[in-house]
Design a protein around this ligand. Sequence first.
Ligand SMILES: [Fe+2]
Ligand SMILES: [Fe+2]
Length: 271
Amino acid sequence: MRWRVEDIDFSGIDVQRATASEDLMLLLCAASFVESGSDLYSHTLVDFFDGDEELCAWLRNDWEAEELQHGRSLKAYVGVVWPDFDWNASFDGFFHEYSKTCSREQLEKTRARELVARCVIETGTSSLYSAIGQCSKEPVLVKLASCIHADEVHHYKVFYQYFKKYNQTERLGRYDVLRTLLRRSLEIRNEDEEIAMRHVMAARYPERAGDSEISARQIGRVSEMVMRNLPVDMSVKMMIKPLGLPAGVQRGVLSAASWAARPLSRFLFSR
Ligand SMILES: [Fe+2]
Ligand SMILES: [Fe+2]
């Protein structure tokens, strides 16, 4: 492991600064749930890649351990800032619902395609923690987000290497890869986070039960905060890498994405 939860000084958290952004705390708590459920995905993936001892060993010994550590460290952070929040009870409710979504049927049909999907997911998580680090003013969280971000980028790199290995035999064309990239980006568009957020909000604001409008507005604010702080260049570069585009085309895509990011987020959140 590149870092350990013990390396983080949770006693040094500036609670006043942390509590100043309720939206960010909701997001962290939701992320702590998803990360803490990673062992479910790890088992499904190990089963899917059965026979590839090297990849299965990495999934079991490195990937799962690191994702669970993300969950533990975020849980510890939430525990200091929200001491009255019953994390375990709320997580149990989340896990009950979430576990139904982690079946083998959710995976792609072939190994190379699934590895493209893994690249999409790790792009999403590394971008998320980069955005969290950007919008937080609380030093312990900035450090923690940076540690987790580095892990997620590493996960991306490992999955990308295995994608290249499997694609030597599967030989997916750019169109196939693009279809998988787009489908996975749209389909799983934070379904996990959405389930987690619902459970966090139900526990945090029991008095609001049934008022879906106010919850939807708050979720919209959280998404807007993330979008405003996304590292657009990094995210797009990671996302399109499996396409293996020529350097000139890649530069064109990157500048178009940087140009479109701001008006796009304004459009998405102005309604
Ligand atoms: Fe993670
Ligand atoms: Fe990851």
